[in-house]
Design a protein around this ligand. Sequence first.
Ligand code: SF4
Length: 179
Amino acid sequence: MKVIELLEFLNREEKEIILEQAFCHKPKGCFKAKLITPTDLSPLFPYIRSRTKVLFFKPEEILEFKWQNQGTFYRVLLDRNSITWGIVSGYEEAMNVWKNLSLFLKETLLNIDQIEPNSQPVKRATALEIYKWLPKTNCRDCGENSCLAFAAKMSIGEADLSDCPHLKDQDLKTLEKLV
Ligand code: SF4
C-alpha cells in the first residue's frame, strides 16, 4: 500500500466525487457517491473491518460496512481502487459524509500499528434471511411489487430499511443487525 499517496488523497480538499443514480423512492433524489483512489486500498481492509459494522467482506477484494454520519447510516463499499457510499440526495450530502469518512480512513491508516487486523470473511445476508423479518403484506409502499422483491434489493444494498414504513420495532432491530 502506498501510504503517502493515500494520505495525500485523503487530505485533498477538492475531490472528484462521481454521483451515480441509485434505486430508492426518496423525493430528494437517490445517488451513490464514488471516488476513484490513486492506490490499492485492500491492505487496509482488515484494519477497517476491526473497527466497523461489516456487511460483507471478501479479503483483498471488497469490504462493505455501515457508517454513521451525523445520525444517519450509510453503506460504504471499498474495493481495490474505489470508495462508494450512499444513499445520498446529492453532491452536498456526499461531500458532508466524505469529510468525516476520510477522517476515519486517515485515522485508521495512521494508527495501523495499534489496530488488531481481522481478515475473517463476512457473507452478505440473503434475500430469504431478510424476507423472514418483513411484514409480508406486499403493500408496495416501498416502491417494490412485493416484500420478497424488496428483500432481494436489500440483499444487494440497493434498498434501505427506511424504505419500508411498516416494520415492527422488534423486527427492525433484528434487521438492523442483519444488514
Ligand atoms: S413497504 Fe414493507 S411491507 Fe410493504 S411491500 Fe415493501 S417491504 Fe413489504
